[in-house]
Write a protein that binds this ligand. Structure first.
Ligand SMILES: N[C@@H](CCC(=O)N[C@@H](CS)C(=O)NCC(=O)O)C(=O)O
Length: 211
């Protein structure tokens, strides 16, 4: 398997999932130019990371990749099995994380894509902070009294939460204002697989483990 990724992005989640699976894989880190190169656009027409290549199959879209990894490597137990009661919860939370929380961050990181008025970018970002707060609050409430996002063990939903909530540490209302998310992020930041991903990316965790 080969993952096209970029340090610090959402594709950190798929990189963590590959580490948890523990089988050989390759990672290629793409910069902004490489994401838009014709060869890569054939694999991922959106020109974004992640893309997973497995044999002659190329799969874009984070949620699709994570579910593929859960099912192809069911022995690694990185998500509830298809016939389990908890599987619907995995779908629910992956959909929320990839389809709601993640897009809210696009407004924060690339406000210029959401307004043609250069003076309006600060307002787009301000709106994103309200939306991100709403989503992180919902996730924090869900995590009250729970160890992980889905069921009783860590899963690809936690892997996806990791880069999203890591971005939140830089906001005016930082991720540590959401105690349950912060608690889960602390566990993930200490996970050997997550540490290895940071090492391969050349990044450091945003979680203040000393605090
Ligand atoms: N819908 C895609 C979105 C992926 C996405 O937004 N990737 C970002 C990194 S977190 C990216 O590569 N952005 C480059 C760009 O938008 O030009 C997915 O879920 O995989």
């Amino acid at each position: 398997m080969k993952l096209y990724s970029a340090p610090g992005t959402c594709s950190t989640a798929m990189h963590i999932a590959l580490e948890w699976i523990g089988k050989p894989y390759e990672v290629e880190h793409l910069d902004h130019v490489a994401k838009k190169a014709p060869g890569y656009l054939e694999l991922n027409p959106s020109g974004v990371v992640p893309t997973l290549v497995d044999g002659d199959m190329a799969l874009p879209e984070g949620m699709a990749i994570l579910l593929y990894l859960v099912d192809q490597h069911s022995d690694a137990k990185i998500g509830p099995a298809l016939d389990s009661a908890e599987r619907k919860d995995l779908h629910r939370w992956l959909a929320y994380l990839t389809g709601t929380l993640h897009p809210y961050f696009w407004l924060h990181f690339t406000p210029m894509r959401f307004t043609s008025d250069p003076e309006g970018q600060a307002a787009v970002q301000a709106a994103s902070h309200i939306l991100i707060d709403k989503a992180l609050t919902q996730i924090d409430q869900h995590l009250e009294g729970r160890n992980w996002m889905v069921g009783d063990r860590k899963s690809v939903a936690d892997a996806f939460l990791y880069p999203m909530a890591s971005w939140g540490y830089d906001l005016d209302k930082p991720t540590n204002a959401y105690p349950n998310i912060d608690r889960v992020l602390r566990k993930l930041a200490s996970d050997p697989a997550v540490r290895k991903v940071h090492e391969r990316q050349g990044t450091a965790t945003r979680v203040d483990l000393a605090a």
